[in-house]
Design a binder for this molecule. Structure first.
Ligand code: FES
Length: 454
């Protein structure tokens, strides 16, 4: 034991042996770029092999037909028929597979996409989405705007359990929840802990109404504070990975900003597809509430209780969606629009955002835009990116006459009004004026959905 040279030598032999064993047991993966390049190359080779195979199987089929035709040829012409057949065969083999370069590229891209993303079909709803990269099935479903059942996101509650009808999964996160042997045998798995290796079909429960989502109490941290004016703050919160807020787009939640007495309801301005990110547009003209907002700091913990309310997207409607927001009533409308984009089922939509001319200074300041459209750039970006989305900013004070004028313009812009699903969001005075006007135009009440700001 005193012989340190011997000890050092032993330690070296052990370290080398361990490294060698690790190398033998591990498959060291190349970088993503190298993998992608190799996959592209392999996809091209696969397409070329597939088209060659197709060509030769067609050739064999035609040759069989031609050979059986020679049976009908008389003795005198048999020799020349066989010569002709031989020539035809040589030309066909020399011509190679008939696949055009653009078609081959498309096929190779398709093959590559199938490697990079797996397709998921949900039964009985028939909803479909893709799982990309190493995302869990639950993450991908939420990003696609689906309201599948889940609880903790961390493998402990078991609420995201689904039956895998076909396809293969891969476990990517550990889960504490224990599936019974019978459940495993029937193909049950947890969506939050698995990704899809191949295209899969799952049997899963989805929420269809606000009553199906329980009231939750969670704690989130302030991620970012964006002051757009003294009385308007965009509050970005981040929830823990294992405790996200489950809600429908357009719903609200109670935020406790400074003790029990300082709780208030605010609409959630972000999409449920953003999972851990929640956005609220806090607006107040009350000076004491403004000073409360001023005490908020990044990293601070905020209590959230929700979701609340029934201002949600009519997912089964095939009508054009007409969103009309007044001032910061834009918050729940933003959530609805982002959700509609994720779902991709609304045929077309039009956003009218009415803001008071003397409103808070916002994004439009200095660009000749109405100052109250504080996220106008975002709306214009949506309109640029989507063919079926239109954005019209309007200006009107909250005087009844001005509101009526703005709303009359919207109604005259949309002659076949009954073909629309209308979503109104703003203060009570605005909602009342808008509802009365729509009623005067015989607009069906069942197609009008309202959110009233407190
Ligand atoms: S969401 Fe709780 S186990 Fe998956």
């Amino acid at each position: 034991m005193q012989d340190t040279a011997m000890l050092e030598r032993m330690a070296q032999i052990k370290a080398e042996a361990t490294y060698k064993q690790q190398r033998e047991n591990e498959t060291v993966l190349p970088s993503p770029e190298v993998l992608a390049a190799r996959l592209t190359k392999l996809s091209k080779e696969l397409i070329s092999a597939k088209s060659e195979l197709k060509k030769y199987s067609q050739l064999v089929e035609t040759l069989t037909q031609k050979l059986s035709d020679t049976d009908k040829t008389d003795e005198a012409n048999l020799r020349s028929s066989l010569h002709a057949l031989h020539d035809w065969l040589k030309t066909e083999i020399a011509s190679g597979p008939k696949i055009t370069e653009p078609a081959a590229q498309l096929l190779a891209k398709d093959t590559l996409l199938r490697i990079m993303a797996a397709h998921v079909k949900v039964i009985p709803s028939g909803h479909e989405f893709f799982v990309e990269g190493n995302d869990s099935i639950l993450e991908a479903a939420l990003q696609a705007g689906l309201a599948l059942n889940y609880g903790c996101c961390g493998g402990s509650c078991g609420l995201c359990k689904v039956r895998v009808v076909s396809g293969e999964l891969q476990k990517i996160y550990h889960h504490d929840y224990v599936l019974s042997e019978a459940e495993k045998h029937k193909g049950y798995a947890l969506m939050c802990s698995h990704t899809a290796v191949t295209d899969i079909t799952i049997e899963a429960a989805e929420a269809h109404s606000v009553a199906e989502i329980p009231l939750q109490e969670i704690e989130a941290k302030v991620k970012k504070l964006e002051w757009l004016a003294d009385n308007l703050l965009i509050l970005h919160l981040q929830t823990p990975r294992t405790q996200t807020l489950r809600f429908f787009a357009g719903q609200s939640a109670t935020l406790t900003l400074g003790g029990e007495a300082q709780s208030a309801d605010y609409f959630i301005a972000s999409c449920p597809c953003d999972e851990r990110s929640l956005e609220f547009h806090l607006h107040t003209d009350d000076l004491s509430t403004q000073s409360l907002f001023n005490t908020l700091k990044t990293g601070q913990t905020i209590n959230i209780e929700g979701p609340k309310g029934d201002f949600v997207l009519q997912e089964d409607s095939t009508r054009t969606a007409l969103f009309i927001a007044y001032a910061h009533g834009f918050a729940p409308i933003k959530s609805l629009i982002e959700h509609a984009m994720a779902l991709d089922t609304v045929p077309s939509y039009h956003l009218y955002w009415i803001a008071p001319a003397n409103a808070v200074e916002g994004e439009g300041r200095g660009e000749g835009e109405e100052s109250g459209h504080y996220q106008s750039n975002l709306c214009r970006a949506w309109a640029d990116a989507l063919d079926n989305f239109q954005y019209t900013p309007l200006t009107a004070s909250d005087e009844e006459t001005q509101l009526k004028q703005a709303l009359t313009k919207i109604v005259t812009d949309s002659p076949a009004l009954n073909d629309f699903e209308v979503y109104l969001s703003g203060p009570q005075s605005f909602v009342t004026v808008a509802q009365t006007l729509l009623h005067q135009h015989n607009f069906p009440e069942s197609q009008c959905h309202t959110a009233t700001l407190s």
